[in-house]
Structure formats: C-alpha cells, structure tokens
Design a protein around this ligand. Structure first.
Ligand code: PLP
Length: 389
C-alpha cells in the first residue's frame, strides 16, 4: 500500500485509539514486579479498575485477552456438566457459549436474530421453568460488539430475582466498560468480565474479572480444572501487590494513566460523550438511507453502530475502499453478518471532530463503492453534534 499521509483512523470497535499520554506512560523501563515501586502501582490500578466497574471488592487482573477473562469467569465458578443459560445475541455470545461447551459445561443457548439484546422476560421465563435449579449460571454479553446491540443488565438482574433463582449472573462488559454506566456491586452481578483494548483506551493484553462474594463462594466448590486462571492467587495480589506470575508491567503503567484520564474527564461526562457520539452516528446512518443492525431502540449500543448494506452490495468492499482511499479501518461483519454489515466503532479516546471525520470517510466510501445512499448522513450528524446557536 502506498504511504498515506496523516493519522490512521482506527474506528473498529476495539482495539481502539490509545491516547498519546497512555503510550508515553508505557514507554518506560520495565520495573521489578516484586519490588516496592511495583506494589504501589498494583495497589493504585487495582483500586482504580474496581471504581470503574463499581465494586469495592478485589478484582482479578490477568495478562490476557478478553477471551482469557471469559475462561477465568467460567472455570472459577462452575463444575463439569453444570448447566449454563446463554443467549445467541451475536458472534461474541456464540463464541463464549462454545467455550463453555468446550470446557464441559452444558449450554442452553436461546436462539436470537442478532438484531437486539436479551429480553429480560426470556431470562425470567427460562429460570422460572427450571424448578430444580439445574441452571448454575446465566451468561450475558452486555454490549454485543458484532451487532451493536446492548442488553439491559439491571432489568435482567431483576428478572432473575423475580424468578427467585440462585444462578450466578456472569456479564461480559468487554466493549462497554468505561463507556457506559455500570455498577457491578449495586446491580448484583456475580462476575464481570472485561479487558483492556476497548473502552479502556489501552492496547490489548489485560483481562479482568470483578467477583461478588457469592461468586467467590462458588469458586470454593467449583470443580472445573483451573491453574493459570485461578482467582485466589490473583486476589491475594490485591492485598500484597504480588502477582502469582509476571504481570504485564508496562500495560499497568498505561492503565494508571488511562485511569487518570477517566478521572480528569469524569465518568458521567465520558458516558454522555459516548451516548452523544452514538446518536450522531445513527443519525448519519439514517441520513444515508441505510439500516442499523440493531432494530430495538432500547438496545442501541453507545460504543459502536452496525450498519447493513443493501442486498447485492458487499460491506467488505466498502471497508476496502475506505481503507485504501481514506486510511481508516472499520469493523467487519462477523459470523452470519459477514459481508452484509460493517461496524463503526465510536468508543474510547474520541472527540467530536474525529467522529465527524470518521463519518465523512464512511459517507465518501459508501458512495465510491457504489452503494446507493443519500448524501445527508454527515449533515445530519453535524447538525446534532453542533446545532446552530
Ligand atoms: C472483543 C470482544 C471479546 C474478545 O476479546 P479478545 O480480547 O479478542 O479475546 C469478547 N467479547 C466481546 C463483547 C468483545 O467485544
């Protein structure tokens, strides 16, 4: 590819743009992970990630991708043959349920159309029908990154309580934590799973689990084999600053800086910015005359928007044109949405003009790829982002 002048636009829904301050914080000499300086770093970042997800309890932090943090949540809480209730809301929910099956769990996967989140009524109905309490855990992807549909975690918790069912609630917040409101303790979530490279504004390489007292109790009885992912030695780190094996030291330097950025902007402002950028993006999609993958407005994602291309057109061609002409990466359609949809990431470190530039690139690329659109998308987004006085 010829050299492209200007900055690359990384508008996939993770990994996301890493702020310069975070990059510079990581460009420091690696320190002794058993020394006093590291213990102070560990103490700071572990407290910070707890605040971010709304827990006062210790958090397990692994050198891993999000997939590792998925596995940690399952192997620490469940035993071979245990039933898990999962919902086929998209590609990531499918992958996670396949992992559960591969680990020897019995998965009840409720089918879905990949165009909305989980209906709390379905959770209640399934759990109410399980009088013998065979189901040991409910797994939910809060923000399905393959579609741009979110599931209402608080309402799902209430549905579980109405069914008076003791199953654990395990939530993947990988592409939502740090971008939308989330309260692990207050909402009664048992395990929250996330990682570094999406809303956290970091490169890939850190996986996290927040753990309720009930989940920790379950871990004492759980019999799935675990070693690397064992919570207990990780939780001991929260007390001592000593990890059971080498942590991703330089990513933790970056994490400390990212947490400072969250504090400086303020979480309510961060969440409002994401909601605003998502609304501007949806207005652009409607301005082009295209369909948003998520068709339930209550479930719209604040962090990414999935866009369907009309029949007979190829979303991958659109992405190729945009990459080659405008040096911008967009998310591909995944699984059953392959070639039919593309995804615009609008999470993490992003300002109004960067979003506007992103939408300009999409509008031009759609037209150049021959997709029939009306050229009103960018105008609609700008009218919303910066209305006339
Ligand atoms: C990205 C993502 C994953 C997978 O994370 P990896 O870091 O690629 O292992 C899982 N779930 C969701 C919702 C995601 O967005």
């Amino acid at each position: 590819m010829a050299h492209a002048s200007g900055r690359h636009f990384l508008q996939i829904p993770g990994p996301t743009n890493v702020p310069g301050r975070v990059l510079r914080a990581m460009a420091a000499p690696t320190i002794d992970h058993r020394g006093p300086e590291f213990a102070e770093l560990a103490r700071q970042v572990l407290a910070g990630v707890g605040r971010l997800c709304g827990t006062t309890r210790p958090v397990a932090l692994y050198p891993s991708s999000g997939t590792g943090a998925w596995e940690a949540a399952l192997v620490n809480t469940l035993s071979p043959g245990d039933r898990v209730l999962a919902f086929d809301t998209g590609h990531f929910a499918t992958l996670w349920s396949r992992m559960a099956a591969a680990l020897g769990l019995t998965v009840d996967l409720v089918p879905g159309d990949w165009r909305q989140g989980v209906d709390p009524g379905h959770v209640e109905a399934r759990l109410s029908a399980d009088a013998g309490h065979e189901i040991k855990a409910v797994t939910i992807v809060q923000n399905e990154t393959s579609t741009g549909a979110a599931s209402p975690i608080q309402l799902i918790r209430e549905a579980m309580d109405r069914a008076a069912h003791p199953a654990l609630l395990i939530v993947d917040t990988i592409s939502s934590l740090g971008s939308v409101e989330y309260q692990h303790d207050e909402w009664g979530v048992d395990v929250t799973v996330w990682c570094s490279q999406k809303g956290m504004m970091l490169p890939p390489g850190l996986g996290l689990n927040a753990i309720s007292a009930k989940a920790l109790g379950a871990s004492r009885r759980a019999r799935l084999p675990r070693s690397y992912w064992d919570w207990q030695p990780m939780l001991d780190a929260a007390a001592t600053g000593l990890f059971p094996y080498t942590p991703a030291t330089n990513l933790l330097f970056g994490l400390r800086e990212a947490l400072a950025l969250f504090d400086e902007e303020g979480l309510p402002a961060v969440f409002a910015r994401h909601a605003r950028h998502a609304e501007a993006t949806r207005r652009a999609v409607r301005g082009w005359g295209l369909d948003i993958v998520c068709r339930n407005p209550d479930h719209y994602s604040s962090t990414l928007t999935g866009v369907l291309v009309p029949d007979g057109h190829d979303a991958d061609l659109v992405r190729t044109v945009i990459l080659e002409r405008y040096n911008m990466s967009l998310g591909a359609g995944l699984g059953r949405l392959a070639t039919r949809a593309f995804r615009i990431g609008h999470l993490g470190h992003l300002g109004d003009l960067e979003l506007a530039g992103t939408l300009c690139g999409v509008e031009m690329g759609l037209a150049q790829a021959g997709v029939p659109i009306t050229r009103d998308g960018v105008t609609a987004a700008l009218d919303y982002l910066g209305p006339a006085a």
